[in-house]
Design a protein around this ligand. Structure first.
Ligand SMILES: OC[C@@H]1[C@@H](O)[C@H](O)[C@@H](O)c2nc(CNc3ccccc3)cn21
Length: 450
C-alpha cells in the first residue's frame, strides 16, 4: 500500500452538463436545443429517452448544492444551456434563464464552492441549427455574443471558464459519425464545424481579455490515448492519428496557430481541408490559461488501410483489460501518458482533469446503500496516475470527477450511470453511493492510501 498525496491548493471537484441534468426543457422561456430535437426523434436515443426532465436540477438548486457541500468539493463544473439564456441563440435575452444560473452560482459561492462554467456542452439552440449550426460561419459570432453576455453577467462571480466541451464530439461524433445531435454524416462538414468552433473559441477568448474579465479561460478537448499494437512506424502513426483527431487538431491551432501538418496531409489525401479564411488562424491562437483534459479510456491501435481501419486507417484492437459497464476499457496508465504528452507538446500549461469517471450500473441494495466498489477502484487507479503526473512536474491543478449524479447519457439514455449519487428517475430521489463517501474522504484528507 502507498500514500498518494496532492498539492494543498489542488482543486477537487465534480462535473455535470446542462442538458444531462437540468430538465425543464420547455419552462420559463427556454428555447429548443439540437438535443431536444435529436432526443425527440425516434431511434436516436436508447429507449426513446430524452432530457425533458432529466434530474430536474433546474428545480433543485438547493438540494444539489447541498450534495456538493456535503461532498466537500472546491469547484463545481457545470454548463450553461445556451437556449435557456438566449432562446433564439442571439438577440432577446431570457431573464428567467439568467436568473436560474444566478441562483446556482450564488448558492455555490455562498457555500465556498468555485463555479467552473462550461459555456457550451453540446446543446446548440435549434434556431441556430436551422441556419446551418456549426457548419455555418454565422454561428461563430452568435457564440461570441453569447459568451460576452455570460462574461458580463457573471463577471467576478465565475472565475473559471471553458469555451467548448470536447470539440471532437461537436464536430466528428455529431457531424461525421452521426451518433450525437444533429446526427449528420459528412466528413467535410465535420472539418468545417471544427474550424468554425475554433474561430468561435478564439473570438470568445479575445472578448474575455478585452472586457478585462477576472479569472481564467480554457477549452476541454476529449483526448483519447492510443497504444501501438506493434512497435512499428505504421502502428505508431496510426496512434498519432487517433489522438491527433480529437486532441492535436484543436490544440495545435490554439497553441501554434496552425493545424497539425500530419493530419492536414491525411485529410488532403482524402480530398478534404479546413475552410480557413484570412485572419482565422490569428483569431484562434489567442493564448489560453489552461487545457481541460477529459479522460476515460484508451485504445490499442494498429495500421489498417482497409474498412476496419476507417477514415484514419487506424484499427482499434482490444487492450485485453477489464471494461466498465458502457464497454470502455480501463487503462489508467493512459491518463498519465496523455498528461505527459500534452505537457511536453504544449509547454507544460496548466491542466485540469475536467472529466474522469466510470459507468457502473449498480442499483440500490437493501438498506438503501449502493456498493459501487468498481467505481472506487477505477477512481483510485486514475488518481494514482494523476498524483504521479504532479510528482513528475506536470502542472495538473485540479480533478473534476464525472459525474456528481447519474444523468442523461446522450445516445445511451438513462441506462448508463456515471454518478457518485444514484438518481431514481421515477421519483428523482438522490442516493449517495459508496463512491461518494470514498471521494469525500479523499477530498477532505487531500491524500489516499492504496
Ligand atoms: O460518456 C460520459 C461523459 C458524458 O456524459 C459527458 O457529457 C461528455 O463530456 C463525455 N465525454 C466523454 C469521452 N468522450 C466520448 C463522448 C461520447 C461518446 C464517446 C466518447 C465521456 N463523457
Amino acid at each position: 500500500m502507498s500514500i498518494h498525496k496532492f498539492p494543498q491548493d489542488f482543486k477537487w471537484g465534480v462535473a455535470t452538463a446542462s442538458y444531462q441534468i437540468e430538465g425543464a426543457y420547455n419552462e420559463d422561456g427556454r428555447g429548443m436545443s439540437i438535443w431536444d430535437t435529436f432526443a425527440h426523434t425516434p431511434g436516436k436515443v436508447k429507449n426513446g429517452d430524452n432530457g425533458n426532465v432529466a434530474c430536474d436540477s433546474y428545480h433543485r438548486v438547493e438540494e444539489d448544492v447541498q450534495l456538493l457541500k456535503d461532498l466537500g468539493v472546491k469547484v463545481y463544473r457545470f454548463s450553461v444551456s445556451w437556449p435557456r439564456v438566449l432562446p433564439s441563440g442571439r438577440g432577446e435575452v431570457n431573464q428567467a434563464g439568467l436568473d436560474y444560473y444566478h441562483r446556482l452560482v450564488d448558492a455555490l459561492v455562498a457555500n465556498g464552492i468555485e463555479p467552473f462554467c462550461t459555456l457550451y456542452h453540446w446543446d446548440l439552440p435549434q434556431a441556430l441549427q436551422d441556419e446551418g449550426g456549426w457548419g455555418s460561419r454565422g454561428t461563430i459570432d452568435a457564440f461570441a455574443e453569447y459568451a460576452e453576455l455570460m462574461f458580463n453577467e457573471f463577471k467576478g462571480k465565475i472565475k473559471h471558464w471553458i469555451t467548448f466541451n470536447e470539440p471532437w464530439c461537436m464536430a466528428f461524433l455529431s457531424n461525421y459519425l452521426g451518433v450525437h445531435a444533429p446526427g449528420n454524416k459528412d466528413l467535410q462538414l465535420a472539418i468545417d464545424v471544427s474550424h468554425h468552433l475554433l474561430v468561435a473559441h478564439g473570438k470568445a477568448v479575445k472578448r474575455f481579455r478585452e472586457l478585462g474579465i477576472p479569472g481564467e479561460i480554457g477549452i476541454a478537448p476529449n483526448t483519447a490515448w492510443a497504444v501501438p499494437y506493434r512497435n512499428t512506424e505504421e502502428d505508431i502513426e496510426a496512434c498519432l492519428r487517433i489522438y491527433g483527431w480529437s486532441g492535436d487538431w484543436y490544440l495545435d491551432p490554439i497553441y501554434f496557430g496552425e493545424y497539425p501538418k500530419f493530419m492536414l496531409e491525411w485529410y488532403e489525401k482524402l480530398g478534404y481541408k479546413p475552410p480557413v479564411v484570412a485572419g482565422d488562424m490569428d483569431i484562434i491562437r489567442q493564448p489560453i490559461d489552461f487545457i481541460g483534459i477529459n479522460y476515460y479510456t484508451s485504445s490499442m491501435n494498429r495500421y489498417n488501410p482497409g474498412e476496419a481501419g476507417g477514415m484514419l486507417s487506424s484499427e482499434a484492437v482490444s487492450l485485453g483489460v477489464a471494461k466498465t459497464d458502457i464497454g470502455w476499457e480501463i487503462y489508467a496508465e493512459g491518463l498519465y501518458q496523455l498528461l505527459r504528452y500534452t505537457a511536453d507538446k504544449y509547454g507544460n500549461p496548466n491542466l485540469y482533469i475536467t472529466e474522469n469517471g466510470a459507468c457502473y450500473n449498480d442499483g440500490l441494495e437493501q438498506g438503501g446503500r449502493i456498493h459501487d466498489q468498481r467505481r472506487i477502484d477505477y477512481l483510485a487507479m486514475h488518481l494514482i496516475q494523476a498524483s504521479r503526473a504532479i510528482e513528475d512536474g506536470i502542472n495538473l491543478k485540479g480533478y473534476m470527477e464525472w459525474s456528481l449524479m447519474d444523468n442523461f447519457e446522450w445516445a445511451e439514455g438513462y441506462g448508463m450511470r456515471f454518478g457518485l449519487v444514484h438518481v431514481d428517475y421515477d421519483t428523482l430521489v438522490r442516493t449517495k453511493k459508496d463512491s461518494y463517501y470514498w471521494y469525500k474522504g479523499v477530498i477532505s484528507r487531500n491524500w489516499f492510501e492504496r
